[in-house]
Design a protein around this ligand. Structure first.
Ligand SMILES: Cc1cc2nc3c(=O)[nH]c(=O)nc-3n(C[C@H](O)[C@H](O)[C@H](O)COP(=O)(O)O)c2cc1C
Length: 216
């Protein structure tokens, strides 16, 4: 462990804010929106970057960053390749988890729930407003598959650029959005002495959200 001393010694004191039951919204999605606004106001870097954890049918988890692209009362939307590793895992097991870390505010939000594809029309709407280069990138990258070299992607870009020359780039049918419908959302606020605040909302059978405090 000794060579790692400098890692072990890294330690930040969290002291910006605290989180009280009386101050939070009874609806966790509204509470998320309120924290979201604060993240925007505090100029948090890429506040929509979130870790998405999926789990295969055999119970093997994997995680990666994706970007949050929409919030509604029904859930949290991201876009990806429907043939990617994450998409295969989602097909096998639709339970996923999301994690946001907004270090500027010393906050973490954990979300768990079931994920489902959004409609083709909704995916078309978002795809149509992406930059052309990103649209061509979606066509060009067989996400999560092994490729021989980076040139393969550049060649594909040229190919699809030619194919869709002076036309709108259509959305590939293997690319689109998912919505995570939450059944558990936890708001974490860092505090001194590692006595952090953790407020967890869990969805009950009758559709109401139960709010509980967890030990840090
Ligand atoms: C900041 C950041 C944002 C990203 N946003 C997305 C995204 O919105 N959608 C996506 O498919 N991949 C995104 N990625 C790439 C993923 O992390 C990942 O490499 C890719 O989706 C393949 O994951 P998979 O093989 O587990 O399916 C992002 C990566 C980073 C670092």
């Amino acid at each position: 462990m000794s060579e790692n001393n400098s890692i072990a010694a890294l330690r930040k004191i969290y002291q910006l804010k605290s989180l009280h039951e009386k101050d939070v919204n009874e609806d966790p999605v509204k509470q998320f929106e309120s924290w979201w606004q604060e993240a925007i106001n505090s100029q948090a870097e890429e506040p929509n970057a979130m870790t998405l954890a999926t789990c295969s049918a055999s119970g093997k988890p994997s995680a990666r960053i994706v970007l949050l692209k929409g919030i509604s009362e029904n859930g949290f939307v991201f876009f990806t390749n429907y043939k990617s590793r994450k998409a295969h895992e989602i097909k096998e097991n639709s339970f996923v988890a999301l994690v946001f870390f907004w270090k500027e505010l010393e906050r973490q939000i954990r979300i768990e729930g079931k994920v489902k594809k959004i409609s083709g029309k909704e995916s078309d709407e978002y795809f149509s407003v992406r930059p052309r280069e990103s649209q061509l990138g979606a066509w060009s990258s067989p996400q999560s598959t092994v490729i021989e070299s980076a040139d393969f992607l550049q060649e594909n870009m040229k190919k699809y650029n030619g194919l869709f020359h002076s036309k709108e780039v259509p959305r590939p049918d293997f690319w689109g959005g998912y919505m995570v419908e939450p059944n558990l959302i936890e708001f974490w606020q860092g505090k001194p002495g590692r006595l952090h605040d953790r407020l967890q909302y869990s969805l009950e059978k009758n559709g109401a959200w139960k709010l509980q405090r967890l030990a840090p």
